[in-house]
Design a protein around this ligand. Sequence first.
Ligand SMILES: [Zn+2]
Length: 135
Amino acid sequence: MKVRRGVLTAIEVHARRDAPHECCGLLLGTAAEILEAVPTRNIAAEPSRRYEIAPEDHFAALRRCRNDGEGVAVVGGYHSHPRSAPVPSATDLEQAFLEFVYMIAGPVDGSAPLEFRAYRLREGVLAPVTFSISD
Ligand SMILES: [Zn+2]
């Protein structure tokens, strides 16, 4: 899988802006490449510990892909771990659904670069997905 560099930059900006809350959003692209990160609102009751993508934001992204008609779809989601490594939590696993790629970024620690890791639900676990960065 490929991920555009701009996707990671956008997630990092969002993660820093929303810390100490978790940020969340959707990943747009194709099966082969993630092209865009679309920020969404985190409506979880405890946003410093969890994330929940606002359904209206999710619908808006789906509608946009349909209207664009360029073969780009919502292929995944992202969120941040402000205080911990980008390793899926039990909640992340519970919330995960098939077909989606999950990008997690964290921790947000001063000016240190965030670490990004991608996962996909496979046989009941969020298995790591390797990706390369494209320009
Ligand atoms: Zn998480």
